[in-house]
Design a protein around this ligand. Structure first.
Ligand code: SF4
Ligand code: SF4
Length: 68
C-alpha cells in the first residue's frame, strides 16, 4: 500500500511564510497563505517528513501512517 502521513501545524504562530516547505514537498499538500502556511490538500501527504525536517522554525509536525 502507498505510504501515508498526516502533517500538522504544531506551532502555527512561528511560521514566517518562507515557502521552504512548499518547495520540498514531493506532492501537493502545502500552500502559502497570506500570513502563514496552510495545509491545502492534507489527503495527498505521504509522510516523507521533508517539510518538518526543512522548516527552520519547527512549525510542522508529521505523523506517519501506514495503510498496511
Ligand atoms: S510529510 Fe512530505 S508529503 Fe507530507 S506535507 Fe510534508 S513534505 Fe509533503
Ligand atoms: S518552512 Fe516553516 S516557516 Fe517556512 S513556510 Fe513552511 S512552515 Fe512556514
Amino acid at each position: 500500500m502507498a505510504k501515508r502521513g498526516k502533517v500538522n501545524l504544531a506551532r502555527p504562530d512561528w511560521c514566517k511564510a518562507c515557502g521552504i516547505c512548499v518547495e520540498v514537498c514531493p506532492v501537493e499538500v502545502l500552500e502559502l497563505g497570506p500570513e502563514r502556511i496552510e495545509i491545502a490538500y492534507p489527503d495527498n501527504c505521504v509522510g516523507c517528513e521533508n517539510c518538518e525536517l526543512s522548516c527552520p522554525d519547527f512549525v510542522l509536525k508529521v505523523v506517519k501512517e501506514n495503510d498496511e
